[in-house]
Write a protein that binds this ligand. Sequence first.
Ligand code: ADP
Ligand code: MG
Length: 357
Amino acid sequence: MLKRFSKLTLVSLFLAMASLSACKKEGQESEASSQKVLEATKIHGKTMGTFYAVNVVGGFEGGEEALTELCEGIFKEICDRISTFDKNAELARFNDFKSTEPFEISNELGILIQECVYQSRRIEGAMDISVGPLVNLWGFGKDRRLEIAPTQADIDERKKLVGLDKFELRTTKDKSYLVKHHADVRLDMATVGEGIGADMVAEALVKRGYRNFMVNVAGASRSLGLNEKGRKWRIGIEDPTSMAPKVLVPVCPLNDAVTTAGSYRNFFKDENTGRVYSHAIDPKTGYPVSHSTLSVTVISHSAFESDALDTGLLVLGADRALKFGEDNNMAIATIEYVDGKVQFRHTKAFERYLECK
Ligand code: ADP
Ligand code: MG
């Protein structure tokens, strides 16, 4: 398991796929209802401490069993590399290696780490895989759940282990090594696990010739083509203030990857103060985010890229997330809770996904 709780429940994604009509244009309904519903292979299950669901329109060769085997094989491969919960996983073994000597890793893990560092630098280090010691301190790692918040002294101590300068990736012609600059450095790649999963399943399906599918790994999705009713795929951005899963904004992914990071599903409440702390942690302050931004959705060609950015953009907050989106011509949407109201904002590049053009 990568972690105990889901990225976002996104049960809404499935509700949305089944029932949303807000993206529909005039005339689409009658056209679609005259269309035959195609055969589809649909599976769902659990991975990385959360859930996944895959729908292959036209049917997957070998049916549900074969599709499950393909997906779970991929998820196992990811967990074997980047889980911090399974002590035998490659990243967990590096974390447990209490030394500043080079630790040999697979080239595959090396590439993932390099990509994470690149995405981190794009957003001022707000997403930082070296946040592991803080994740553990705040009770969101494998160690334990908390009942009261840690002390400032503990936070300051852990912060000394966090930052892109606290570890190093070294590569030779054919080998990769990770080096800790302090023996207690710990990496946490939970924030990109679901995006990697969605990309890998999507790529495996495309490679096998499938052109119409939807892959959801918790809050990360990749889709292609049309759904079994011959319509564009639709997913929903969840209303973060609703107890039950509820779609706030319907989105048509238009063959791109959609991921959402939220501060409202995985959290703990300090029993003394009643304060609520979410699992998205600001590496600069050492504290979980506590501002009014409740979720950030990123749409790009890659679920990895979207997933690597969404948690960091949540840390930065809506204004900075949207500015980053405008500056980089990226499709980004935010949900805030302001003056007792839910506020949805998005960048210009996000518009086409709302209109389903
Ligand atoms: P979300 O849906 O909220 O993005 P994810 O599961 O994708 O949730 O990412 C949250 C997890 O990422 C946390 O549980 C923690 O392990 C890790 N994390 C928390 N804050 C950061 C951060 N600033 N940078 C990188 N990883 C983080
Ligand atoms: Mg993320």
